[in-house]
Design a protein around this ligand. Structure first.
Ligand code: S3P
Length: 450
């Protein structure tokens, strides 16, 4: 869906304390990977708890276009009959990945070493995002790409006829780049090596191993070397998608700033490559506890309990933590606005190339709500106004970015005047039940003027 439907203006306001249990949807990263890796496997992969947000639905459609059978058998239950590594058919039409950078970048990597052509596009947000970070490494495998400036979409890739293995040092901390290179390496004989300076989310490595691929990670002073042995026969597995820690961040942060709140968010993965927000919140003095800590599917999991925390203090968030909380900086900025003192986020320039320029989107929106911020290319500082101290009363621009929309709606639960966003419709890409889930907790959030 490269078009964008009618805007949905939304407003949130201070109301009752938030109480209860928040069952957030399946993890977006794992959901995309379940469909794509399943499509590259011969046989039937069964998936439970798939996130049925628009981003993932667009990936399901794309996998059908490449020849896999993808079937929904119940709520969150899906089956994928894959075509095997190197078995992708040439799509008959343009692949539209909607709003999803993860979808398009992983799929581009996955098809880059098959002798087929495919053209990719997306919505206005996705068409503005850099794809050179994918077209550069896949050219080393022999794939050719023809896009707009800096590889922007729409873009056509002609996959390599005779791919060879590649060693590639990623110039940016990005799990999407890492995953695209490893997926391209699946259909190249020999060992493909991806080197990353710091750890980014490792779902691709964990899941490919689960499907039977040989993936080894070597941690050296010079970076993390991830070695993948090409041309494995992937074998189908049953996948239970864990709940999304990035979606959990919204009810958790809402509870921390809305007076009197006490919310339990069960079954959240605390994979260290995803858990940076929770460390940060604890350093700020958030009343956050991890209950029932356990291991599920090889990942550390806990039930998170968040309570109203009027005494949070601003802190400096170190640059080496950025990758492990890259999607959580917008909602952290909202918590920071309700803390005392400044919160300085370092090493965050990747935020400028997300679904929107998230530093600019948060900065302008927070200023509109009466908060003072400072930014450089790579840092973002929010001057906290203390619990209940943010005036609010503005209308933030969502800029086709689900996390910007949800972050401002969370802010509204603590502000003196209501907070509006011009368009809440992008929330459907990752958290389609955000509005009813927050309402169930007692929050006042709805379409504007309703
Ligand atoms: C993702 C990686 C991150 C993240 C995105 C999901 C993934 O992007 O922001 O929401 O599933 O690999 P980058 O790789 O661009 O940091």
């Amino acid at each position: 869906m490269s078009g964008h439907g009618p805007a949905k203006p939304m407003t949130s306001r201070k109301g009752d304390a938030l109480k209860g249990v928040a069952n957030v949807p399946g993890d977006k990263s794992v959901s995309h990977r379940s469909l794509i890796f399943g499509a590259m496997t011969v046989g039937e992969t069964k998936i439970e708890g798939l996130l049925e947000g628009q981003d993932v639905l667009d990936t399901a459609k794309a996998m059908r276009a490449f020849g896999a059978e993808v079937e929904r058998t119940g709520e969150g239950q899906w089956r994928v009959h894959g075509v095997g590594v190197g078995g992708f058919a040439e799509p008959e039409d343009v692949i539209d990945c909607g709003n999803s950078g993860t979808g398009v970048r992983l799929i581009m990597g996955a098809m880059a070493t098959s002798p087929i052509a495919a053209t990719f596009t997306g919505d206005a947000s996705l068409r503005s995002r850099p794809m050179g970070r994918i077209t550069d490494p896949i050219s080393l495998f022999g794939a050719r790409s023809f896009g707009r400036a800096e590889g922007r979409l729409p873009l056509t890739i002609i996959g390599a006829q005779n791919p060879g293995p590649v060693e590639y040092r990623s110039p940016v901390p990005s799990a999407q780049v890492k995953s695209a290179v490893l997926l391209a390496g699946l259909n190249a004989p020999g060992i493909t090596t991806l080197i990353e300076a710091e750890a980014t989310r490792d779902h691709t490595e964990r899941m490919l191993k689960g499907f039977g691929a040989k993936v080894e990670t070597e941690v050296t002073p010079d970076g993390r070397y991830i070695h993948l042995t090409g041309q494995p026969e992937l074998t189908p597995i049953d996948i239970t998608v864990p709940r999304d820690p990035s979606s959990a961040a919204f009810p958790v942060c809402a509870a921390l700033i809305a007076e009197g709140s006490d919310v339990l968010v069960p079954n959240i993965s605390l994979n260290p490559t995803r858990a940076g927000l929770y460390t940060t919140l604890q350093e700020m003095g958030a009343d956050l506890t991890f209950e029932n800590e356990r291991e599920e599917g090889g990942e550390p999991v806990a039930d998170l309990r968040a309570k109203f925390s009027p005494d949070m203090k601003g802190i400096e968030v170190p640059p080496e933590r950025a990758a492990s909380m890259i999607d959580e900086f917008p909602v952290l900025s909202v918590v920071a606005a309700s803390a005392t003192g400044a919160t300085k986020m370092l090493g965050v320039k990747e935020l400028r190339v997300k679904e929107s320029d998230r530093i600019d989107a948060m900065a302008r929106g927070l200023e509109d709500m009466g908060v003072t911020v400072e930014e450089t290319e790579d840092t973002f500082t929010v001057h906290g106004m203390g619990a209940g101290g943010v005036p609010g009363g503005g209308i933030a621009e969502a800029r086709l970015d689900h996390r910007i929309a949800m972050s401002f709606l969370v802010l509204g639960f603590s502000t003196q005047k209501p907070v509006s966003v011009d368009d809440g419709s992008p929330i459907d890409t990752s958290f389609p039940i955000f509005e009813p889930l927050m309402q169930e907790l007692g929050a006042s959030v709805a379409r504007s003027n309703s």
